[in-house]
Ligand binder design. Structure first.
Ligand code: TXA
Ligand code: MG
Length: 326
């Protein structure tokens, strides 16, 4: 893993969003909140800044990054939008959707941020602080989730400090993010529309707006991920994760959803994603709950069954990766 030099990591308040943007424009690494998770920003047009970002995360450099921009017209200068991409951008931006489209000829995003691909991932976030940062930066900002590579994504500034203090220049603290799972990634090219990663916009919402089903599913194809870097083992807590647990075994912590499963009273720790079984609430709580359970040092984390409709698809995807063999 590449070493990044020690940096003093400043905590910025919401009123400092313009400072965060100016630091990014100067080639520094700044984490900021989006409505999904905290992103670790770098100037996408500056290959040096992007190289620093990969080093700070300890991320394999073949993994391309999402470029964040303030508006759909900005995005349309960087990528070529077909009819499907336009419909989706119109319906869901700003918001938790990333579109992968062919890159324009004179696109200033560095090859390193795109991992040399002919396509580009673009997102217009809705979080007011993210929007203020992007407006102040005045250029596309590459921003993967602000965690060390392979770790659970951060939904608070404290999570970012836990993983990246000393490795990045600043964290803009905007409190807890409200969606809680990353953006849905949809690829639009060659007349097809494919979901590359389930996320904050559900499959049903996408299909309703498109007026047709999505094309062939690649989100589950771990052997040949269309989104490079969708490694099967990802979002990994230190403790092993056991899915669809209908009881808690000795030494296990419980990640509950709805009513508690048998044995919950003897669990080493319990977090309930949503006592009422609300998938939106569960998504918002997911990563913080995983971090808290992991900190309790259990033999394993037992995860109660979670339905796969709506945001459940994204929640189950993250948990399946957390449970995958490392
Ligand atoms: O919600 C989010 O999307 C967060 C916030 C910070 O915006 N960002 C995020 O970025 O999750 P990251 O880097 O953790 O995930 C980016 C994903 C990776 O799986 C990558 O492989 C995929 O996007 N990706 C990027 N460019 C791509 C491309 N040209 N084709 C296919 N997949 C691409
Ligand atoms: Mg990530």
């Amino acid at each position: 893993e590449a070493q990044s030099g020690f940096r003093r990591t400043a905590r910025l308040a919401p009123a400092d969003a313009a400072t965060a943007g100016a630091l990014l424009a100067a080639g520094r690494l700044v984490a900021f909140p989006t409505e999904t998770v905290y992103g670790l920003g770098a100037d996408a047009t500056d290959a040096g800044a992007v190289a620093d970002l990969y080093a700070a995360k300890g991320r394999p450099a073949f993994n391309p990054l999402i470029s964040h921009v303030p508006s759909a017209p900005d995005a349309m200068r960087l990528g070529r939008f077909d009819a499907h991409a336009r419909v989706l951008a119109e319906a869901f931006w700003p918001g938790p959707l990333t579109l992968v489209v062919p890159v324009t000829e004179d696109c200033p995003v560095s090859d390193l941020a795109r991992a040399g691909l002919a396509t580009l991932a673009l997102r217009v976030p809705a979080h007011p602080l993210a929007r203020a940062v992007l407006a102040a930066a005045g250029r596309p900002i590459a921003a993967p989730s602000a965690n060390r590579s392979g770790r659970v994504s951060p939904t608070t500034a404290a999570h970012v400090f836990d993983d990246l203090a000393g490795r990045i220049d600043a964290v803009l603290d905007g409190g807890a993010t409200h969606v809680g799972v990353e953006s849905t990634i949809v690829a639009c090219f060659g007349a097809e529309v494919r979901m590359l990663r389930p996320g904050g916009v559900s499959r049903a919402e996408l299909e309703r707006v498109l007026g047709r089903p999505l094309d062939g599913d690649v989100a589950d194809d771990a052997a040949r991920p269309l989104a490079p870097g969708r490694l099967l083992s990802h979002y990994a807590p230190a403790a092993p994760v056991r899915l669809d647990a209908t009881e808690v075994r000795p030494g296990e912590a419980l990640l509950a959803f709805g009513p508690l499963v048998p044995g919950a009273e003897s669990a080493t720790a319990v977090e309930n994603l949503s006592p009422t079984g609300d998938l939106r609430e569960a998504a918002a709580n997911l990563f913080a709950a995983l971090r808290r359970l992991d900190a309790a040092g259990p033999a394993a984390i037992a995860v109660a069954p979670i339905p796969s409709d709506g945001l459940g698809e994204a929640i189950r995807d993250r948990l399946e990766r957390a449970a995958a063999p490392r």
